[in-house]
Design a protein around this ligand. Structure first.
Ligand code: NDP
Length: 545
C-alpha cells in the first residue's frame, strides 16, 4: 500500500494488478475479444505529405509511419512523397528522415530502415502555381508504375492552416482530388482513374465558425465528405478509445452512466510547458480554440454520447454530433458566468523559474490571449439533465496531466454516520489519458481494526502493467485507420460545425471584452481564482493532485 499524490487516498493498486494481469497479455489485446476491429493491412498507396520539411512531419508523422512499418501494418510498395516549398532531393529527404528517426530513438541501422527508405521520395512545390500540381500528378503516375501503388493516394496537410485552402484548391483544379468512385466525374474520367483518393487535414479546422465554414466550402468543392479525415490525435490515444471499451464492452458501467448516479464530470488537459517557441502561433489561437473546442470536446463527446448502433464510422459519429447539439448554447450571460479565461504570469514550474506569457518570444506585451480556459457545460437530454460537465485546459499549470473524472452522487443514506468516522468520500471513476495511462475507481473501505472507520481506496488499472508496454501518441493508429478507409475516430464536418457553433458566443464575448486582470495566474499553479469559483458556486471543487 502507498499514499496517493493527493495524500488522502490509500492505493490498493497491487490488488487490482493481480486481477488485471493475465497469463498471456497478447490474448487479451486480441481486438476480436475486445469487440474492436480486426487487424487488416491497407492497400498499397502513396502518402503525399504537404509540409514535409516541417516539425509535425519529422517529429510525429515519419516516426509514426516507421512504427507502422516495424509492426508490419504498412502494405508492400507503401510510398511517402514529401511535398514542400523547400528545395530538396529524394536523397536529402531520406537523410533528414533518417536523422529525425534517430532523434526519436529509432534504430535506423538495419533492413527495416533500408526498406522504408526505398519508399521515400520528395517533390518541391509552389502551392500558388498550378504547374506544381500538374508536376505532382505526373510524379504520382510515375511512382505508381515503379511502386505498384495502383493510383491510391492519401494526401496529408501538415502545413499551417493558412495554407490548407490553397493546397486543397490546387489539388481540386488539377483533378488530383477525384477518385474512381467520384459520382460527379464523367464516365470517361472515371475510367481513366484508378484507386482511391483521401485527404487528412491537420487541426485546427478553422479558428471560428465563419472560418471553418469557409474552409469547408473549399474542401467540399474538391472532395466528398467520405474522402476527408480531419485528424484529432487525441482520438488516437489508447485511453480515449478505452472509454468506448469501458462503456460498451462491460455491463457494469452503462447502467450507472447517467444523471441518477453521476453528480458531475471533470475533464482536464493540463500542460506544465508554456508556449515554448510557438508564441506567434499561440497568439492567434489561445486555449479555447487550441484545446477545448476540438480535443476536449471530442473526449467529452465519447464520454457522454448515447450507445451507437454499431462501431462503424457513421453510427459513432452520428451520436457524437447529437451529443454536441444537445449541449445548452451559451448566451451573453452564461458566456460570462460559465466560461473563464486566464493567462500565466511568472512563476515556478518544477523548481525552475519561468517567464510570464507576455514575456515569451512572439507574444505582445499586452496580449489578451488566454493560456487557460475552463467552461461549465450542461447537456439537455434525458441521460445528463442536471449533470454539469466542467472542462479545463491550460499551459504552465502545476504539472502535465490529462484525465476524465466521473464523480458519483452522494449516498442516499449513510449507515455508518454514528461511527467514529462518518466523512465518506463520493465514488469516483478516473480515466487517465496521460501520463500513466489507466483507469482507477475510488471507493470506501473499512480500515482494519475494531471500529467502523472508513477510508477511500483505489482500484487501479495501469495500461503498462496490464498490457505490457507504453501506448503511442495516437498518430500511428489514426494514420492506419485513414489508410484503411475507417473514419470512426475522425470528426465529421457536422461535428466540427456544432462545436464551433457552441463556442461562438464565448469567442465573441472574449473578443469584445479585453481582459483587465491578465496575467491572472502564476505559472506552476492550477489556474486563476475564477476557475475555482466556477465550481465553488455549485458547491464543488476541482480535483486536487
Ligand atoms: P510548421 O510551421 O513547421 O510548418 C510545416 C511546413 O509547412 C514548413 O516546414 C513549411 O515548409 C510549410 N509552410 C510554412 N508556412 C507555409 C505557408 N504559409 N504556406 C505553405 N507552406 C508553409 O508547422 P508544424 O509542422 O508544426 O504543423 C503543421 C500542422 O500540423 C499545423 O496545422 C499544426 O497546427 C498541426 N499540428 C502540429 C503539431 C506539432 O506538434 N508540430 C501538433 C498538432 C497539430 P516549406 O517552407 O518547405 O514549404
Amino acid at each position: 500500500m502507498s499514499s496517493d499524490a493527493s495524500g488522502d487516498t490509500t492505493i490498493l493498486s497491487w490488488g487490482l494488478v493481480l486481477l488485471l494481469t493475465v497469463d498471456n497479455p497478447h490474448e487479451v489485446v486480441n481486438p476480436l475479444r475486445l469487440g474492436m476491429r480486426v487487424e487488416r493491412t491497407p492497400e498499397p498507396c502513396i502518402m503525399v505529405i504537404a509540409g514535409a520539411s516541417g516539425d509535425l512531419c519529422y517529429r510525429k508523422l515519419l516516426p509514426a509511419l516507421f512504427g507502422l512499418a516495424r509492426s508490419r501494418h504498412l502494405p508492400t510498395g507503401f510510398t511517402i512523397l514529401g511535398l514542400a516549398r523547400t528545395d530538396m532531393s529524394d536523397d536529402a529527404f531520406r537523410q533528414s528522415t533518417k536523422e529525425a528517426l534517430e532523434k526519436e530513438g529509432e534504430d535506423v541501422s538495419g533492413p527495416l530502415w533500408e526498406s522504408f527508405a526505398k519508399g521515400l521520395f520528395y517533390q518541391p512545390a509552389d502551392y500558388s502555381d498550378p504547374g506544381s500540381f500538374t508536376a505532382l500528378g505526373k510524379r504520382l503516375v510515375e511512382l505508381d508504375a515503379v511502386r505498384g501503388t495502383c493510383g491510391n493516394r492519401m494526401f496529408y496537410l501538415a502545413v499551417p492552416p493558412s495554407a490548407f485552402s490553397t493546397i486543397i484548391n490546387g489539388l481540386g483544379k488539377a483533378g488530383l482530388s477525384r477518385d474512381a468512385f467520384d459520382p460527379s466525374a464523367g464516365d470517361a474520367d472515371a475510367k481513366a482513374l484508378q484507386g482511391w483518393v483521401r485527404i487528412i487535414i491537420e487541426k485546427p479546422f478553422g479558428r471560428s465558425l465563419a472560418s471553418a465554414r469557409a474552409l469547408q466550402r473549399d474542401v467540399g468543392r474538391a472532395f466528398r465528405e467520405d474522402q476527408v479525415y480531419r485528424i484529432d490525435h487525441y482520438l488516437g490515444k489508447e485511453t480515449v478509445q478505452n472509454v468506448l471499451a469501458l462503456r460498451f464492452a462491460n455491463l457494469l458501467f452503462e447502467p450507472v452512466w447517467n444523471r441518477r448516479y453521476i453528480d458531475h464530470v471533470q475533464i482536464t488537459v493540463a500542460e506544465s510547458l508554456g508556449v515554448e517557441k510557438r508564441g506567434a502561433y499561440y497568439e492567434e489561437s489561445g486555449a479555447l480554440r487550441d484545446m477545448i473546442q476540438n480535443h476536449l470536446m471530442q473526449v467529452l463527446s465519447i464520454v457522454a454520447m448515447e450507445p451507437p448502433a454499431s462501431f462503424k464510422a457513421n453510427p459513432v459519429r452520428d451520436e457524437t454530433v447529437k451529443l454536441v447539439r444537445a449541449i445548452r448554447p451559451f448566451d451573453a450571460e452564461s458566456a460570462r458566468t460559465s466560461a473563464v479565461r486566464g493567462q500565466y504570469g511568472r512563476g515556478w514550474v518544477h523548481v525552475t523559474a519561468v517567464p510570464g506569457y507576455r514575456e515569451e518570444t512572439g507574444v505582445a506585451a499586452d496580449s489578451p490571449t488566454e493560456t487557460f480556459a475552463a467552461v461549465k457545460l450542461t447537456i439537455d437530454n434525458w441521460r445528463w439533465a442536471g449533470v454539469p460537465f466542467y472542462v479545463r485546459s491550460g499551459k504552465r499549470l502545476s504539472h502535465k496531466l490529462s484525465e476524465v473524472a466521473i464523480s458519483f452522487r452522494k449516498l442516499p443514506h449513510l449507515l455508518f454516520a454514528d461511527g467514529p468516522q462518518s466523512d465518506v468520500e463520493d465514488n469516483a471513476l478516473v480515466i487517465r489519458i496521460q501520463p500513466d495511462e489507466g483507469i482507477s475507481l475510488r471507493f470506501e473501505a473499512k480500515l482494519p481494526g475494531p471500529h467502523m472507520i472508513l477510508r477511500p481506496v483505489r482500484m487501479d488499472m495501469h495500461y503498462g502493467t496490464a498490457f505490457g508496454g507504453p501506448t503511442t501518441d495516437g498518430y500511428g493508429r489514426l494514420i492506419l485507420d485513414a489508410l484503411l478507409g475507417d473514419g470512426t475516430l475522425f470528426p465529421r464536418y457536422d461535428w466540427v460545425e456544432a462545436s464551433w457553433t457552441l463556442f461562438a458566443p464565448v469567442q465573441e464575448a472574449w473578443k469584445n471584452e479585453r481582459p483587465q486582470n491578465f496575467a491572472n495566474y502564476e505559472a506552476g499553479t492550477w489556474g486563476p481564482a475564477e476557475a475555482r469559483q466556477l465550481l465553488e458556486q455549485d458547491g464543488r471543487r476541482w480535483r486536487r493532485f
